[in-house]
Design a protein around this ligand. Structure first.
Ligand code: SF4
Length: 270
């Protein structure tokens, strides 16, 4: 694991690419996915997401639903053109990752977008994986589940296994409960989960919170559980007024605790 400086009162860095990613961006060097080519399927200038996480790095106008006057979702034709150009220029990538400024499954033709990426990947960069980073809210819908299953790696967010923490950290949509989310995740095969631990105004790294998360992971049994902390400045919340990252030692301790509670699950602290 790379050494990370202990948290102090120096602001976390921000990356322009996180604030306003174009349709295709990178490749960026990812500790988890290698040289990863990013795909942002969201309308330009919008941070379109069914969550509103306190730590979100994405810039743009924050919206949970696209309104009629908002810019359109990028078309599949444009996606194909830009992916071909990127892969043709630099096929030495390890991964194509649907992430970007919001929730990629909100694209009305998300499934076809993943299929298109697979086809182009097979031709230009057959060794590369296809990843999707999703908040998981729509994973209960058959169409979204089917689309996520087309990816080599579907990484679904689970920042906490307690409703109070989940709502405080992710500003989850009305009616979403941890129980429902966990049940949906547990019914999916081969998914990975992703948890971002923070301290401060919201603290999802307390022993109680970690124990609850461990129980949830034991029930879900993901192929891998990613465990990270904030490393870059949120777009809106002033980070040190409300949140702090965990130190490497605390992140490792949380991973160790989770391995004890949920044995047999690949807990990957990054
Ligand atoms: S799920 Fe991701 S894109 Fe959505 S608000 Fe949270 S961090 Fe931002």
């Amino acid at each position: 694991m790379n050494a990370r400086a202990e948290p102090d009162l120096v602001s976390l860095p921000a990356r322009e690419i996180d604030r306003a990613p174009p349709l295709i961006y990178g490749p960026v060097q990812s500790r988890r996915f290698g040289r990863s080519l990013g795909v942002n399927l969201l309308p330009r200038g919008l941070r379109l997401c069914t969550y509103d996480c306190r730590y979100c790095q994405c810039g743009g106008e924050r919206a949970r639903h696209r309104r009629r006057m908002d810019p359109p979702f990028p078309s599949l034709a444009l996606l194909e053109r830009e992916l071909v150009e990127a892969l043709g220029t630099d096929p030495a990538i390890d991964d194509i990752c649907f992430a970007g400024a919001g929730e990629p499954t909100l694209h009305p033709r998300f499934r076809e977008a993943v299929l298109l990426a697979r086809t182009l990947r097979d031709y230009w960069a057959p060794h590369a994986t296809i990843s999707v980073l999703s908040n998981g809210v729509a994973a209960g819908k058959a169409t979204v589940r089917g689309a996520l299953a087309l990816a080599d790696r579907a990484v679904l967010k689970l920042d906490a296994a307690r409703d109070d923490l989940l709502h405080a950290l992710n500003a989850t949509p009305r009616g979403l409960s941890v129980r429902r989310l966990i049940e949906v995740y547990a019914s999916m095969i081969g998914i990975e989960t992703q948890t971002l631990l923070v301290r401060g105004a919201v603290d999802n790294a307390t022993p109680d919170a970690i124990d609850a998360l461990g129980e949830a992971l034991r029930f879900i049994h993901p192929r891998r559980a990613h465990l990270g902390t904030i490393t870059r400045a949120p777009a809106v919340t002033p980070v040190y007024s409300s949140m702090l990252p965990l130190s490497d030692a605390d992140l490792d301790a949380a991973a160790t605790r989770l391995r004890t509670i949920a044995p047999g699950i690949d807990i990957f602290a990054y």
